[in-house]
Design a binder for this molecule. Structure first.
Ligand code: G6Q
Length: 542
């Protein structure tokens, strides 16, 4: 790992100089001058056609960015992650989501122990359980089969499962209902169970630590909701399972640890959707599809580990992200899946990217003097086009975009899919090439409207084209972003795998809650604003 300040590195300085040459260049001219540009800046790998030609780059940009990656030790850092070294240094943990999808004969040692057999044992246990639910063999306490599966978890124990369920809904068992409860707001629980019968409901309590306030509160409420009908503590074993690393707390909650699906401290919450945390996904889509999803992840793991940087999709994505964040000072990044089933993908990516690289100090604790942590947002197309795209096309901010599209629709209905995909290509084209004053004048546009209808263009985007949304392609998509985050974190010299910013919130709310609930007037010792807010809340709720 390179400990030199990033901005002092000769490779960074070379990029700064190069940026001055390229910042005024227009993508339009870059295409005009180079007929082979599209080919030059397209990578096809693992069934992903990745076109990054509509970026404000030339061959030298990519060479200098790759030099930076080399100088930052990215190659060794990739190997260190795959080998199971403790690269999460503030928590002294290995980072091995890649072991969750490793083949059964792989050997990956953590503290001298091969973790792969355990991974496969948990997968087998998940499979056996999922089949019992799917076949109706698993009965609730009163002998009825399970029809409803409610996943209770938050953050990494929620966003992946929800996203995967929504993405793969068409592969899911439609006679089972899946609900996801995350928020401490009682509304979330109330709405999730309002039409469910406890006799036919299974709660999956998903929590790595099994201490998270939201999840434990919701799990406690779920328990009371079940017992109000089932009236017997013994019913809990038939209606609750746990996904956790904390067997003691699971058992203290009253869940039989034989109904616990384990994972390990080397799986980060936001990197856990294919671990035991994916139990709801497996029940929904079945073990075979789940294993296909793992093979998608695995294909990209191999690609990230072995492809040269200039052909390496996650590395190229990472370098482009740094190019815009640190040189162009871009203010965000839009992820635009043209597939309605991916409606929760941007929300999932927000946690993956922003919780991982939203850090202001380096791994060794120095304050950074460059930009890190790109702000991600997005919506499925074409909906977003009728909303925030205006700002991306004609606003004052630079927002690079990732367009994600598929050659084949999940539902082949009339012209829908070609129309959908026409929009992907048209949007990327309009962003890059814009519409000039000359074009508008030639069309006879009214002079006062010309400035309003002019599109500067030169707005960068990538297009990802895959064959079809399947469990396998979903695994690939998630993995390319996971590895993009890793590569960026290495270059920015961050620990991408801790989340101290989340931990603080967990502690502070725990302090205030008793002050809101106490019958006696509490002695408030916060700042004057917090004290007054607590007081106003107490008065108003009386
Ligand atoms: C993810 C974060 C965070 C975590 C939740 C839930 O990387 O650590 O989002 O997943 O806070 O934590 P538990 O699974 O421990 O309940």
């Amino acid at each position: 790992m390179n400990n030199q300040s990033l901005k002092e590195m000769p490779e960074w300085k070379a990029l700064e100089a190069h940026f001055e040459e390229i910042r005024k260049e227009h993508i339009r001219n870059m295409f005009a001058e180079d007929p082979e540009r599209a080919e030059r800046f397209t990578v096809t790998a693992e069934g992903i056609y990745f076109d990054y030609s509509k970026h404000r780059i030339n061959s030298r940009t990519m060479k200098l960015l790759a030099d930076l990656a080399e100088a930052c030790g990215l190659r060794e850092a990739i190997e260190a992650m795959f080998r199971g070294e403790k690269i999460n240094n503030t928590e002294n943990r290995a980072v091995l989501h890649t072991a969750l999808r490793a083949p059964a004969d792989a050997i990956i040692n953590v503290d001298g122990k091969n973790v792969v057999p355990e991974v496969h044992a948990v997968l087998d246990k998940m499979e056996a359980f999922s089949e019992k639910i799917r076949s109706g063999e698993w009965k609730g306490y009163t002998g009825k089969a399970i029809k409803n599966i409610v996943n209770i978890g938050i953050g990494g124990s929620d966003l992946g499962p929800v996203m995967a369920y929504e993405a793969l809904r068409n592969y899911s068992r439609r006679d089972l209902n899946f609900r996801f409860v995350s928020n401490i707001d009682g509304t979330d629980f109330a709405e999730a169970v309002r039409d469910l019968n406890p006799e036919e409901t299974l709660f999956i309590v998903a929590s790595k630590t099994f201490t998270t306030l939201e999840t434990m509160t919701n799990a406690g409420t779920a328990r009371a909701w079940c017992l109000a009908t089932l009236k017997d503590e013994a019913a809990i074993a038939r209606h609750f399972v746990a996904l956790s690393t904390n067997a003691e707390a699971v058992s203290a909650f009253g869940i039989d640890t034989s109904n616990m699906f384990a994972f390990w401290d080397w799986v980060g919450g936001r990197y856990s959707m294919e671990s035991a945390i994916g139990l709801s996904t497996m029940i929904a889509i079945g073990a075979e599809n789940f294993r296909e999803m793992l093979s998608g992840f695995r294909a990209i793991d191999n690609h990230y580990r072995t492809a040269p940087f200039e052909k390496n999709i996650p590395v190229i994505m990472a370098l482009l992200g740094i190019w815009y964040a640190d040189f162009f000072k871009a203010q965000g990044m839009a992820v635009l899946p043209y597939e309605q089933y991916l409606k929760r993908f941007p929300a999932y990516l927000q946690q993956l990217t922003m919780e991982s690289n939203g850090k202001g100090v380096t791994r060794d604790g120095r304050k950074v003097n460059y930009e890190t942590g790109v702000i991600y947002f997005g919506e499925p197309g074409t909906n977003g086009q009728h909303s925030f795209y205006q700002l991306i096309h004609q606003g004052t901010k630079l927002i690079p975009c990732d367009f994600i599209g598929f050659a084949k629709p999940v539902h082949n209905i009339g012209r829908h899919h070609d129309l959908l995909m026409a929009n992907v290509f048209a949007q990327a084209e309009a962003l890059a090439f814009g519409k000039t004053v000359e074009q508008l004048e030639a069309e006879g546009e009214k002079p006062f409207l010309v400035p309003h209808k002019t599109f500067e263009g030169n707005r960068p985007s990538s297009v990802f084209l895959l064959e079809k949304l399947t469990p396998e392609t979903l695994g690939k998509l998630v993995a390319i972003y996971e590895h993009c985050v890793h590569a960026q974190g290495v270059i920015w010299q961050l620990d991408s795998f801790d989340q101290w910013g989340v931990q603080l919130g967990k502690v502070l709310a725990g302090r205030i809650a008793p002050e809101l609930e106490s019958v006696a007037e509490p002695v408030l010792k916060h700042d004057s604003s917090t004290n007054s807010l607590i007081q106003a809340y107490r008065n108003m709720k009386k």
